[in-house]
Design a protein around this ligand. Structure first.
Ligand SMILES: NC(=O)c1ccc[n+]([C@@H]2O[C@H](COP(=O)([O-])OP(=O)(O)OC[C@H]3O[C@@H](n4cnc5c(N)ncnc54)[C@H](O)[C@@H]3O)[C@@H](O)[C@H]2O)c1
Length: 259
């Protein structure tokens, strides 16, 4: 009886692939997971940064940490990176999809190219990642997946329609995949951050100081580790009965009517 209440944040002990792992929320997830002993693979467009951070994480936490240059919009790049990851990590029992970009051009700025690129990076990559790692996840007890959505999936704004549509798609894709993956004993959830300080949000936060905080119930912008710790929980046995869920980590933004 006592055993079932022991903390299990670092369990299972299998490795985790983190896309967008060289910056912001992906990097925070990598630190949070490595801090409880889980091997990590940081996949990112920015190969230099992925290598540097992987080296730092390995030295800091004493875990296997791999840095790889990968464009997750490209199916063949995902296949090659999956092989390299399999060779370097003891196992893969977790995926975190954080790679992303945000459009700024509103309706007028949408082109066929940037529409497809937005859907490919935020949405299609989830499917390709799962197809690449399905056998690995199936083999590891307690495997779990987290896809980064956003409060933009729920709150409308004129600025970034591609991003918002893709993030809305993440929520419904996760619910559909959760049914399929549950049959294999694999959980999948989405995390919707609100405003968190990262290189992605820094320009908007600097341009409009104090503006976004006004409607947030906790009256501050979030820190990357506040998302990393939630992702770590969802990938752990502590979250063994959570699948198909959207966990909102926004300090009380979506729920706010504060004026
Ligand atoms: N920061 C926030 O407030 C916030 C809020 C809601 C959702 N999110 C989501 O969280 C995720 C991470 O965002 P962040 O704030 O850490 O941004 P970030 O810009 O700091 O990090 C994103 C990383 O993804 C990488 N990347 C972009 N395109 C890629 C591709 N095609 N292949 C591989 N890597 C690629 C970038 O190189 C970068 O390192 C994104 O999906 C973003 O939409 C962030």
């Amino acid at each position: 009886m006592k055993d079932i209440y022991q903390p299990s944040l670092g369990s299972p002990h299998s490795g985790v692939v983190i896309t967008g792992g060289a910056s912001g929320l992906g990097l925070a997830c990598a630190h949070a997971l490595a801090a409880v002993g889980r091997p990590v693979a940081l996949w990112d467009l920015n190969v230099e940064s992925a290598l540097t951070h992987a080296k730092h994480i390995a030295a800091t936490y004493g875990v296997v940490a791999l840095g790889l240059g990968v464009d997750v919009r490209k199916p063949e790049a995902i296949t090659a990176a999956a092989s390299a990851t399999r060779a370097a990590l003891p196992s893969v029992g977790g995926l975190v999809h954080c790679a992303g970009v945000v459009d700024q051009g509103s309706l007028e700025g949408i082109t066929i190219e940037n529409w497809n690129a937005g859907m490919d990076v935020h949405l299609r990559a989830i499917v390709l990642l799962l197809q690449a790692f399905m056998d690995d996840l199936r083999r590891q007890p307690g495997s779990a997946v987290v896809a980064m959505a956003s409060i933009n999936a729920t709150l409308g704004n004129a600025v970034n329609p591609i991003y918002s549509a893709a993030k809305g798609g993440v929520l419904s894709l996760v619910r559909s995949l959760a049914d399929r993956l549950a049959r294999e004993g694999i959980r999948i959830n989405s995390v919707s951050p609100g405003f968190i300080v990262t290189p992605m949000t820094q320009p908007a936060l600097s341009a409009l100081p104090g503006v976004f905080e006004k409607r947030i119930l906790l009256e501050r912008i979030g820190q990357p580790q506040e998302v990393g710790r939630v992702v770590r929980f969802l990938l752990s046995d502590e979250a063994s009965y959570i699948t198909a869920a959207e966990i909102i980590v926004d300090g009380g933004n979506v729920s706010s009517q504060r004026i």
